[in-house]
Design a protein around this ligand. Sequence first.
Ligand code: AMP
Length: 517
Amino acid sequence: MKTVDRNTPAVGIDLGTTYSVVAYLDAQGHPETLVNAEGERLTPSVVFFDDEEVIVGREALKAFARLPERAAECSKRDVGYKVYHKVLQGKYYPPEVIEAYILNKLRQDAAQQIGDFSQVVITVPAYFDEVRRKATQDAGYMAGLDVMDIINEPVAAALAFAYEAGFLSEASIPSRPERILVYDLGGGTFDVTVMEIRGHEYVTLAIDGDVRLGGWDWDQRLVDLVAEAIIREHGFDPREDVRAWGKLWSLCEEAKRTLSVRPRATISFEYQGRTAEIDVQREQFEAATQDLLDRTRFTTTQALKAAGLTWAEIDRVLLVGGATRMPMVRRLIRDLVKKEPEVSVSPDEAVALGAAIHAGWLLGKAQGNPPRFRIRNVNSHSLGVVGIDPLTRRPRVGTIIPRNTRLPIIAKRRFKTHRPNQRSILVRIVEGESPNPEDCCSIGQVVIRDLPLNLPKGWPVEVIFHYRANGRLRVKIRVRHMEQDIVAEFRRERALTKELLDGWRRFISGKEPTDYE
Ligand code: AMP
């Protein structure tokens, strides 16, 4: 780790699907949320591509309602894919580039208050796989940041909660393990994590989730509900016109928030000189989205099972993500856990606050301070390599590190050369739970070149996987009787090249590239 100036601020960023939040540790070491240039604590994660400039945040969200074809929203959902699903100004953008624009605004706005900084901790959903974690780190790099670590959102939320409860101070460490269930329903992703706080240790017991389920899906259902009423009463479908759809979507998102506090909401939709007034009752909205909630119930139960616990053994439930404000979510928790959810930290800000606490710890560590807590994670997806099934001769996944394994871990796999004087070996690495490689997420391949000359057939070659605590992977190769490990070329399938990353970094943040792993 680099040497750290005592004045380096500890900054944590919650890069959310719909909103992002930045927090830092103030002079007394308290985590505080920073406001953006518009004076708001939450910055909409929307990027608008205007003719001359790229706009991020509140203004981009407003422009999105007028010209949705020029705006990128929910880009976090596409992270891990090669390109964002929408063509913007005639161009396909990698999702991490869109995320970099968001991070760049967050960096610039925060710097207005705490001065220039680059070292940050960024959070990711616990359920994010290796490819998505790497893409998030790349987004930070392109935004001119130095990402010290990426941590799981629920762990960050648990740290913020522990700070509020005083568990992080020597005097009030919990005397017995506290088992916490973190139910995180954000704008676009759902994560559930079962954790145990054992004194200073924050141990993740199990993770489950759904990367394509969030408040956005509830919005969609409300849009459909209202659109059908407009069709019945006014004979036109606002979903058929992209601009009308954008307008209706933002009205529905607002109405959804109203329905969290009132039993009904009215949507006034103006289109082509006509006004449609649609009343929606909370029960109607809940009935139209019950199956989405049931999906979260199922996933939560699975996570509890994977942790080997019963509901009675859960001490607290933390709700994270704006969508947990929906009364139906709180009802579900009461129904499952028979306890009231924790309300000591704001569900919107907990993650960024926890990330700032972690950033403070990392900076302190670099200055030689003793740690106040320790995070122990598990992996959320099994990691494997593709081999050939000896019976069927078909490709098959050989699991190397099963999901929910405690990290960091080093796992080894032995391969054999197939023929005499073989000079190279190719190992395909995948993540997923299926034995069929087609159903898994391919994260890349390791190409071992320059094996020593004249190795006999069947010579053992060991591939070593180092899965780090932050869910990132390093691969090394060892060939028997060779003096040195071969540094394998780990070619990632969907990641941007170093040249592209540097180019985007100069373009988006105006910062010169620095060394980057
Ligand atoms: P996050 O990704 O954590 O910022 O969560 C944002 C999601 O929470 C979006 O889908 C919002 O529409 C939703 N949300 C925020 N506030 C409320 C609320 N009061 N009631 C229902 N959903 C909300």
